[in-house]
Design a protein around this ligand. Structure first.
Ligand code: F6R
Length: 248
């Protein structure tokens, strides 16, 4: 695993945006689509802001971008304040020229008995594009990637999962209380994340320092799904001073 430490999350986010912009532009010169795996949460906000700036000020086009988001709460209406559809539109999609039919976010409105088939098609859709060129990740305080919580297997598929108590507590502020916080979510499985050609995990602040240390230096274990990335041949943890502060 590579770790890169920046002075601030701002400079780190700019560097990640630069890498993504270069990939999108390279694919454009090759007349190819660029298949991105995207995350929500606070960690990628600066990245998305910088991508929007690059679109507005430096002509970066998203016309050749196909995006697959990692996860969505279940159940969740797309226009609800806490939906990841709404988040992605507000942070990125509504401000760049990506085609609406080119972005995919797991559907929180399905009937329970539709989910398994939907998840299978979500993965097939990614495979039909030749897999993810680049996957952006954040990390939960418990080491989850996407909503692959502790106990998720390295070959786990896209599926409905139960959220850990700590994950729900972390989200409860957004939902004005734990009792309103969803108990389940649909997440891309670890396997598809691991199959991405390039993985960039972003983490900011001292609050993430302990889990970053475990993920980078600890033994690979499904207790901390982010440790699986130690087995990936092109994964980088992009950190700031705070999140890197207890690394050896
Ligand atoms: C979000 C996701 C989660 C978050 C993680 C960190 O799509 O998959 O794994 O990346 O919970 O969240 P933040 O960035 O809010 O600390």
């Amino acid at each position: 695993i590579n770790t890169v430490v920046f002075e601030t999350s701002f400079s780190a986010s700019k560097a990640v945006a630069k890498e993504i912009a270069e990939l999108i532009r390279l694919k454009q010169t090759q007349n190819q689509l660029c298949i991105l795996g995207l995350a929500t949460g606070s960690s990628p906000k600066g990245l998305y802001a910088e991508l929007v700036r690059l679109h507005r000020e430096e002509n970066l086009s998203f016309k050749n971008v196909i995006a697959f988001n990692l996860d969505e709460y279940y159940p969740m209406e797309p226009d609800s304040v806490n939906s990841y559809v709404r988040f992605m539109k507000a942070q990125l999609f509504d401000h760049v020229d990506i085609l609406p039919e080119h972005y995919h976010i797991p559907d929180g409105t399905l009937e329970k008995d539709e989910i398994a088939e939907y998840c299978k098609l979500y993965e097939e859709n990614i495979e039909n594009y030749g897999g993810l060129d680049l996957q952006i990740l954040g990390i939960g305080g418990n080491g989850h990637i996407g909503f692959n919580e502790s106990g998720s297997l390295q070959n786990s598929k896209t599926r409905l999962v139960a959220l850990d108590h700590v994950t729900r507590v972390a989200a409860s502020g957004d939902f004005s209380g734990l009792s309103n916080t969803p108990r389940t979510a649909i997440t891309l499985g670890v396997k598809k994340i691991m199959e991405a050609k390039r993985v960039i995990l972003m983490a900011w602040g001292e609050g993430k320092s302990a889990i970053i240390k475990k993920s980078v230096e600890g033994e690979i274990s499904n207790k901390v799904p982010a440790t699986f990335l130690q087995d990936h041949n092109n994964a980088t943890f992009v950190l700031d001073q705070g999140s890197a502060s207890v690394l050896t």
